[in-house]
Design a protein around this ligand. Structure first.
Ligand code: SF4
Length: 377
């Protein structure tokens, strides 16, 4: 099926001097070949960059001095700049990354005792136009490259001094629809899971889709892939189409068929995310329909109390409605969690900081746009 969302998003502008930060091992091998170096240097470079997190060519003591000097003059080593970092009272920090073309995207660092969760962006803006999401109002500006996606991870790990070996979960729940930029997301996935580098287990990486069925099918054909989450947020086609225009192309039944056909590993489940919006998605009938839907395939449910986005015109569900909704699902023997958006005091929900920033900066320059991130604990 063809849809506007099947069209590729515009690519980024080219960068003049090659930047090694974010490259795959294959790309590093090509770089070393161009410099007349043996192939094993690529693995040394890869280890130095991702495992040791060396920040300057001079730190790469596993490379000969002459090569370090040549790299210094010919190749950049630069992660995306952290243009702004806003800590929240709950311990999470929202960061704005400035990309080479000046665009801004967001990532969120959420620390826990035994791990950290990083919320990542996959695009600048988003084509999906979900009406409850501030990013959806931006439209799609461009895809992030694999290097820019990896760059968010590295910049956050470095900024928060995350020790090597401590578990980290990556969730593509920030700005953009990751399955609309699947080629670059998968390229980044292969870099992030590479055993010579960060070696993040694939089960710790989750892409969250709005229900882009063509992307779900494509992801299902990958031999190694991240886990799948679906942002459902509606249990009738009428309501879901109102909140998420993608439902007009692939309705709930088409989405269900795609999820039933998605090849899961033993014990793997698809996460259904469900935002609770007062009067739209939080009624007992919604809970009953959600229960029936979730039983159609191996699933678990994350209920997310709506984090109000300025101007979207929606209201968070009441605590009593959240409790009742949750209890109804539990009574249906479903695996349910209630996920509070972290960082609400720093505009933690998807696309909120962009609008705050736009409002602030529009008084100065009309230039800056920052996307946002839904976050999970
Ligand atoms: S909720 Fe996600 S898919 Fe929908 S517009 Fe926002 S960023 Fe895009």
């Amino acid at each position: 099926m063809s849809s506007p969302w099947d069209q590729p998003a515009p690519e980024k502008a080219c960068v003049q001097r090659p930047n090694a930060a974010g490259l795959s091992r294959q790309d590093m091998a090509a770089l070393m070949q161009r410099l007349g170096e043996p192939g094993f240097r690529a693995t040394q470079l890869f280890e130095g960059l991702y495992r040791h997190r060396w920040q300057r060519w001079g730190d790469f003591t596993n490379l000969p001095k002459a090569l370090r000097e040549r790299l210094e003059s010919e190749v950049e080593l630069r992660w995306p700049d952290l243009a702004e970092s806003i800590p929240s009272s709950d311990g999470s920090t929202k960061h704005a990354f400035r990309l080479d073309d000046g665009r801004l995207v967001e990532g969120v660092h959420m620390p826990y005792d035994d791990r950290a969760t990083l919320c990542l962006s996959s695009q600048v803006g988003c084509a999906m136009g979900c009406t409850f999401c501030a990013t959806g109002t931006m439209g799609i500006l461009r895809n992030l490259t694999a290097a820019e996606i990896v760059g968010q991870v590295m910049a956050l790990l470095v900024a928060h001094e995350h020790p090597f070996g401590k578990p980290v979960n990556l969730v593509f729940m920030g700005m953009g629809e990751p399955l609309h930029n699947l080629d670059h997301v998968m390229e980044a996935f292969r870099i992030l899971t590479d055993a010579k580098g960060l070696a993040i287990p694939s089960r710790r990486i989750t892409v969250s889709t709005s229900g882009l069925v063509s992307g779900i099918e494509k992801l299902g054909r990958e031999a190694q892939r991240p886990r799948l989450a679906v942002s459902l947020n509606g249990t009738t086609d009428e309501e879901r189409s109102r909140l998420m225009p993608v439902n007009r192309v692939w309705n709930l039944e088409a989405l269900r068929r795609a999820l039933q056909g998605f090849p899961l590993e033993k014990g793997e489940r698809i996460t259904l995310e469900y935002v609770l919006i007062q009067g739209h998605t939080d009624r007992p009938d919604d809970a009953r329909r959600l229960a029936a839907y979730a039983k159609g395939f191996p699933s678990k449910i994350n209920l997310i109390p709506y984090n109000p986005s300025e101007g979207a015109g929606f209201t968070p569900a009441l605590e009593s409605a959240i409790d009742a909704f949750c209890r109804l699902l539990v009574n249906e023997r479903l695996d349910v969690s209630v996920r509070r958006s972290r960082g609400q005091d720093v505009a933690g929900a998807c696309g909120q900081l962009v609008r705050k920033r736009e409002n602030k900066e529009s008084q100065r320059s009309f230039v800056s746009r920052i996307g946002g991130a839904d976050v999970e604990s």
